[in-house]
Design a protein around this ligand. Structure first.
Ligand SMILES: Nc1nc2c(ncn2[C@@H]2O[C@H](COP(=O)(O)OP(=O)(O)O)[C@@H](O)[C@H]2O)c(=O)[nH]1
Ligand SMILES: Nc1ncnc2c1ncn2[C@@H]1O[C@H](COP(=O)(O)OP(=O)(O)O)[C@@H](O)[C@H]1O
Length: 219
């Protein structure tokens, strides 16, 4: 019997890494969806933001966020260390530039959990490499229930987040894809489908012209 090795993708074809942005009003479920996606997909890494907000119970420094004091955050802004930064709910948040550029340069993808202000800033520089997803709750009552059920913020903080939800949600038309997060498994599957299709986009493929030229015997 002759042994055949299964074909593999030619090494001359590469793909540029993409930037997958997830935004939503607080409590709609983007952290839940993005964590599940990271656990199921080796090809994507999470961008860990710096923030001046206090850690919630169970949050780990360097994993959920880099928790930094306001003066340190300001130093980082002045040193140009952020790809984007914004003030959200009285705290500062920013995306450190170095780790994102390192992952993208390896042809891997990066996921961001950032608000609409940060997304607008990234869109200016990333253009075609940016894929943006907006997550909506099925209703306002369900959003409030989820914020309470997370049980990690005081009633005052929950009220503040509910008051800002309408403003946040008004930015949905700026995003490429919309997910109404009814069932979490369905929402994860939807983001996986978006990622699969976006990875196959013609314009992300590097070396395809030469590959097809060779396939056609034209070289
Ligand atoms: N612009 C920007 N927004 C961020 C960044 N990190 C987190 N955010 C946003 O800040 C908001 C509050 O985040 P957080 O305090 O973790 O609350 P949660 O989204 O309710 O879990 C959310 O809308 C996040 O998407 C960042 O690096 N840049
Ligand atoms: N589809 C869903 N159905 C019910 N509860 C959900 C769903 N998605 C998320 N949750 C819950 O809602 C709360 C807020 O979700 P989280 O992912 O922290 O939101 P966000 O990151 O958008 O602020 C969490 O307790 C989470 O377990």
């Amino acid at each position: 019997m002759t042994q055949t090795t299964p074909p593999t993708l030619p090494a001359t074809i590469h793909r540029r890494g993409l930037m997958l942005v997830m935004s939503s009003p607080s409590g709609a479920g983007k952290t839940t969806i993005s964590r599940a996606l990271l656990a199921r997909d080796d090809g994507i890494a999470m961008s860990v933001s710096a923030t001046t907000r206090a850690p919630r119970p169970g949050e780990v420094d360097g994993q959920d966020y880099y928790f930094v004091p306001v003066p340190r955050f300001q130093e980082m802004v002045e040193a140009g260390e952020f790809l984007e930064h914004a003030k959200v709910f009285d705290n500062y948040y920013g995306t450190p530039r170095g780790p994102v550029e390192a992952v993208l340069s390896q042809g891997r993808d990066v996921m961001f959990d950032i608000d609409w202000q940060g997304t607008q800033q990234l869109r200016q520089t990333a253009r075609a490499d940016l894929v943006s997803v907006f997550v909506l709750p099925p209703s306002v009552a369900e959003l409030e229930r989820r914020l309470h059920s997370r049980a990690q913020d005081s009633a005052e903080v929950v009220a503040k987040r509910m008051a800002k939800a309408g403003d946040e949600m008004s930015h949905w038309p700026e995003y490429d894809y919309i997910i109404v997060n009814v069932d979490v498994e369905q929402s994860i599957a939807n983001v996986q489908a978006i990622l699969t299709a976006e990875r196959l986009k013609r314009e992300r493929q590097v070396g395809m012209h030469d590959f097809v030229t060779r396939l056609r015997g034209l070289d």
